[in-house]
Design a protein around this ligand. Structure first.
Ligand code: M6R
Length: 586
């Protein structure tokens, strides 16, 4: 996934572009670039994080421009492959987010026509196609429509033209593109976040739409060229607060935000919530689908819907959804869970299910995202932008909303007292920071970690392991505690750290036996429990809460442990290597 941003204004837009794409680095951060058009197109690109110094040296200025932050998919991380890409005559520059699936075939035919390519990317074909069709039609609208007709895959792109220095054109198919209408400024971007301090007035472009933007004109067309009228939405500024505040990393800030975000995730429109619950309850077949951390929330939803609401469902990894597609029909409800609403596997699963007539319910954080727009009904997490690549606050917000649904289905409500207690418990866990830092110091040189839990603690064991892997790069495995003896026990050695999720509920004794078994084989046991026991070498004490709610609070020390282990190992916490915040490729 990449981030794109364009701006037209009366003033120099380079600082705005630069700040804007810094905000989009959560979408990709291996290289970046920007281009402005005055009498000519001038551009700068670089490998690595966005670097202001470099720009100052170049003294790039202009009032129309486009910018890009890249996550490499086609072509390595090199300056040549960084965007913007230009046409042969450098009279057109483009930035692109997505994948052009048929780029090889297009590139071959353009090469045969004499076009010269400078990069190994799929994106560059867009610049050459625009050049080809602009030369042919001498009309920008015709050129862009011919271009989108020719390319397959998913894309959002922006282009500037030397011939018209106050214009940006764009198009989208299956990748987001939003327009910000500011005072004397127009923005086109992957995400509102990139321009929110300049305007809160937004037009969400729909799939298969193109836009031609000038200082004093904004036209939107469908891919057949028919003009479409769009309404302007006013978005809430607070929902896009992206300051790091006093925290050293976004990830840490987001961990500490969880007492507030739990509250906001429960602020739901009652009518929508009831409709959501009724659909789930009346479903003949119910499948939950998601990826990564959101899948762990989905797995817990399966347990809670069954335990609390007496609703049976299956949780299916979005990347595996195709394997069960034959069971999906018009009587099926799909519950898709995604922070970004842009995960390619989730979108693919949802589209296929829709084709079979299923109704799509979704739980999403990013309003206006593709999943939101593909769904028949969406509930929002309302947890604000999550910038750290590792999902933290979005996970607990997903959990809170899932509990809310499970109880609403049986006409019970998570009242203010329950929420207050959850927040008190989380605060009590934050107070154990020194203990968690000490554990992180003790195990910083471990090569393998195991996380175990039964029943509703099993999804949290999976989540604890995922957090540790992605933040600290330590190998970790999360598993159902009962599965240990079926193989993993062979890996337990002297000093192997095992995190045991074991609050006092009906799983307590069995999980304790598993902890003892591992201890007998030399493991170091880190207990996450409200009850101390000699088996634990270290204990993070869970405050008392109704036992069904332990998953929401027990994940907090796991997030903190992963964070401090990552810090001890010098990892880039907010931007773990090789990972992008939203995975928009399959
Ligand atoms: O935006 P989504 O919730 O759909 O993202 C799904 C996964 O890519 C995501 O949860 C990923 O596993 C996180 N980096 C985990 O922290």
């Amino acid at each position: 996934m990449c981030g794109i941003l364009g701006c037209i204004s009366n003033e120099d837009i380079v600082p705005m572009l630069l700040n804007g794409i810094k905000r989009l680095e959560y979408r990709g951060y291996d290289s970046w670039g920007l281009a402005v058009v005055e009498d000519k197109i001038k551009l700068i690109k670089n490998v690595g994080n966005i670097n202001e110094e470099c720009l100052n040296r170049l003294e790039l200025k202009g009032s129309t421009g486009i910018a890009h932050t890249r996550w490499a998919t086609h072509g390595g991380v090199t300056r040549e492959n960084a965007h913007p890409h230009t046409s042969c005559g450098e009279e057109i520059a483009i930035v692109h987010n997505g994948i052009i699936e048929n780029f090889q075939e297009i590139k071959r035919s353009l090469l045969a026509e004499g076009h010269k390519f400078m990069s190994q990317t799929d994106s560059e074909v867009i610049a050459h196609l625009l050049e080809k069709y602009y030369n042919k039609f001498k009309d920008i609208k015709k050129a862009i429509l011919a271009t989108v007709k020719r390319i397959k895959g998913n894309f959002a792109f922006l282009a500037i033209f030397q011939k018209d220095s106050d214009m940006i054109v764009g198009a989208r198919k299956d990748s987001p593109l939003v327009i910000g209408i500011g005072k004397n400024k127009i923005f086109l971007a992957s995400d509102v976040l990139s321009f929110i301090e300049h305007t809160d007035k937004v037009i969400f472009l729909d799939n298969l739409e193109v836009v031609i933007a000038k200082k004093d004109l904004l036209k939107i067309f469908d891919f057949k060229g028919k003009e479409v009228q769009k309404s302007v939405t006013q978005v809430a500024w607070e929902a896009y607060d992206v300051s790091k505040k006093e925290f050293s990393h976004y990830t840490l800030k987001e961990i500490y935000e969880q007492t507030n975000t739990l509250k906001s995730s429960l602020c739901q429109d009652q009518i929508k919530l009831n409709e959501f619950c009724n659909s789930i309850k009346s479903a003949k077949k119910l499948f939950i689908t998601a990826s990564g951390t959101s899948f762990h929330a989905g797995l817990l939803a399966k347990y809670l819907f069954s335990k609390i609401s007496k609703v049976y469902c299956e949780a299916v990894l979005a990347s595996e959804f195709n394997q069960i597609i034959e069971w999906v029909d018009k009587d099926t409800i799909i519950l898709a869970i995604s922070q970004s609403g842009e995960t390619a596997d989730v979108l693919d699963a949802v589209k296929k299910a829709k084709e079979k007539g299923a109704k799509i319910l979704s739980i999403v954080n990013v309003v206006g995202s593709n999943l939101d727009r593909e769904s028949h009904l969406t509930l929002y997490l309302n947890c604000g932008p999550e910038i750290g690549v590792a999902a933290t606050k979005s996970f607990t917000s997903q959990l809170a909303l899932i509990y809310f649904l499970a109880f609403t289905m049986i006409n019970e409500y998570i009242g203010i007292n329950k929420l207050k207690r959850l927040n008190e418990c989380i605060d009590l866990i934050f107070k154990q920071k020194d203990k968690i830092v000490e554990i992180a110091e003790k195990y910083k040189n471990s090569n393998d970690f195991y996380f175990i839990g039964r029943s509703i603690h099993y999804p949290i064991a999976l989540e604890g392991a995922l957090k540790l892997k992605e933040l600290s790069y330590i190998h970790a495995e999360g598993m159902a505690a009962g599965e240990l003896k079926h193989g993993t026990l062979a890996l337990i050695d002297i000093g192997t750290p095992v995190v045991v999720l074991n609050p006092k509920d009906q799983t307590y004794c069995d999980t304790l036996s598993n902890a003892l078994e591992m201890k007998a084989r030399g493991a170091k046991i880190i207990g996450i429990s409200n009850l101390n026991n000699d088996v634990y070498d270290d204990l993070i004490l869970l405050p008392e809460i109704d036992e069904l709610f332990y998953p929401v609070i027990e994940v907090i020390p796991l997030q903190m442990l992963a964070y401090y282990l990552a810090i001890n190992r010098g990892a880039d916490v907010d931007k773990p290597r090789n990972l992008a915040k939203s995975v928009t490729v399959k």
